[in-house]
Ligand binder design. Structure first.
Ligand code: KIV
Length: 269
């Protein structure tokens, strides 16, 4: 049997250097993570988008570390090839480098994830340095950062104007300097994302940031057509929500008609 070659941290910079796009999708559970791992997705992100996508919250702000860990553990168990990144939720890293290291160690030990992601640039660079100094791979997240949606005034595209672009570049360079291996750019003007991508040695992974970033990430439910939210920057690559409704409708009909279970599903002796 051929052993699956695991994606490792050094592969991402190599992919940037040879111009191979990095693929990242969110995943929150074992079967979904298995499907995406088998499809060749390079990075599975256990995002705190878990809150609004899986737990029925209206934003990511209320998600806790204790809620994230079992989902991250399930995804890590499923990933044979993919590199697993787990988010630290709001309130678990901002206070101090010590808080960030403690939360990251807790997540890494209990979930088996390969790396940690949290949001912000220069303002959390001390935390990033402390986390990477502790031997924990770190992925940054800039642009529209959902945990700060109250401070940003809602879902607003970032990187507008000369100052907006410079701020993004300075934040991204601070993360790279602090040891980040990649930076997610969310809802950023494409030309600003291109400028950040050119300024960094480490890869950028875009979501609503144009095609010039070194990789792309989507929330899997948006990608597969589950749920009602269809952000402009996302593309629906399937109709999984409809397929689930169709399967459940057929099941209900068969049970009501006593067409299921049939003899082939029944133990008779
Ligand atoms: O939590 C998440 O799903 C994310 C992606 C939007 C990048 O951070």
């Amino acid at each position: 049997m051929n052993a699956v070659k695991k994606v490792r941290i050094h592969h991402f910079k190599e992919m940037k250097e040879r111009g191979e796009k990095i693929t990242m999708l969110t995943a929150y559970d074992y079967p979904t993570a298995r499907a995406f791992d088998a499809a060749g997705v390079d990075i599975l992100l256990v995002g705190d988008s878990l809150g609004d996508n899986m737990l029925g919250y209206d934003s990511t702000v209320g998600v806790t570390l204790d809620e994230m860990i079992p989902f991250a553990r399930a995804v890590s168990r499923a990933a044979q090839r993919a590199f697993v990144v787990a988010d630290l939720p709001f309130g678990t890293y901002e206070v101090s480098p010590e808080q960030a290291v403690e939360s990251s160690i807790r997540m890494m030990k209990l979930s088996g994830a390969n790396a940690i992601k949290f949001e912000g640039g220069r303002r959390i660079a001390r935390q990033v340095k402390a986390v990477t100094d502790a031997g924990i791979p770190f992925c940054g997240h800039l642009g529209f950062t959902p945990q700060s949606e109250n401070a940003l005034g809602g879902h607003r595209v970032q990187g507008r104007g000369e100052q907006g672009v410079q701020d993004l570049i300075d934040d991204a360079l601070a993360l790279q300097e602090a040891g980040a291996f990649a930076v997610v750019l969310e809802m950023v003007v494409a030309s600003a994302a291109d400028a950040v991508t050119a300024a960094l040695d480490i890869p950028t992974i875009g979501i609503g940031a144009g095609s010039g970033t070194d990789g792309q990430v989507l929330v899997w439910l948006d990608m597969a057509g589950v749920g009602d939210w269809h952000p402009r920057f996302s593309k629906q690559f399937g109709a999984v929500g409809q397929a689930m409704t169709d399967a459940a409708t057929a099941y209900v009909a068969d049970v009501k008609d006593v067409a299921f279970p049939g003899p082939e599903h029944t133990f008779s002796t």
